[in-house]
Design a protein around this ligand. Structure first.
Ligand SMILES: [Zn+2]
Length: 225
């Protein structure tokens, strides 16, 4: 009854933010499908592959990790650039493994070489654990692993592809495209829930109050002379 609002120790549910993430996720996936059906840029050789990797895998990893990045921004009072880099770069860089597997940059040879075992859940988990051990920040590990997960998910939507060692070291069955879409959707929903729990160890605001219409959050200190 008219009592003062207690400071919130956990972030409020921001459904608008979630729906926006969903919308962007859907837009990237739909544009990627259109690209797969009919590439809208005439890019010879590696051009189309490089465009696909940068234009779709990068934004998808960013969108799926967005709930965690916004929590970090609220916690820090500034955009977490290192976290955003970790969210996006491994998801783009993963396709470099095709060249390593082929041992050459020759286009036809690379295209005809089986996708290497690094396109697998096991590798995504290992790289995430490695980053987590290096940075000692659990959310860094999640951002890397989740970015790679969206990459694998988007690749799976091109299925049936027999070449993807998704479940390496176990044999990977042919999967219908909906499996890939489900993986991508799961990566966003998981990030959403985890970033609102203590599991990712995203530090709360120093005041213990998450930004809202009533509590805009701490202002950055003015630069000292
Ligand atoms: Zn790939």
């Amino acid at each position: 009854m008219g009592s003062a609002r207690a400071p919130q120790s956990s972030p409020p549910v921001a459904w608008g933010e979630f729906l926006l993430s969903q919308l962007f996720l859907g837009a990237v996936v739909v544009l990627h499908r259109l690209w797969e059906i009919h590439p809208f840029l005439p890019l010879p050789g590696y051009g189309g592959n490089i465009f696909e990797t940068i234009a779709f895998h990068g934004p998808l990893a960013l969108v799926a990790n967005w709930p965690a990045l916004t929590r970090l921004r609220a916690s820090r009072g500034r955009f977490p650039r290192l976290a955003a880099f970790l969210a996006i770069f491994p998801a783009i860089g993963l396709d470099a493994d095709h060249f390593l597997a082929a041992g050459t940059f020759e286009f036809l040879k690379v295209m005809n070489t089986d996708t290497p075992i690094t396109h697998s859940l096991a590798f995504a988990g290992m790289l995430a654990a490695f980053v987590g051990a290096l940075s000692e920040r659990r959310y860094h590990a999640w951002l890397v692993g989740n970015g790679l997960l969206t990459h694998l998910g988007l690749d799976l939507t091109d299925s049936p592809i027999p070449l993807m060692p998704y479940l390496w070291p176990f044999p990977s069955p042919y999967a219908p495209p909906w499996v890939g879409f489900a993986v991508i959707e799961m990566s966003l929903i998981l990030t959403w829930f985890l970033s609102r729990s203590s599991l990712l160890r995203i530090p709360p605001l120093s005041s213990g109050v998450w930004p809202s219409a009533h509590h805009p959050g701490p202002r950055p200190a003015p630069p000292s002379a």
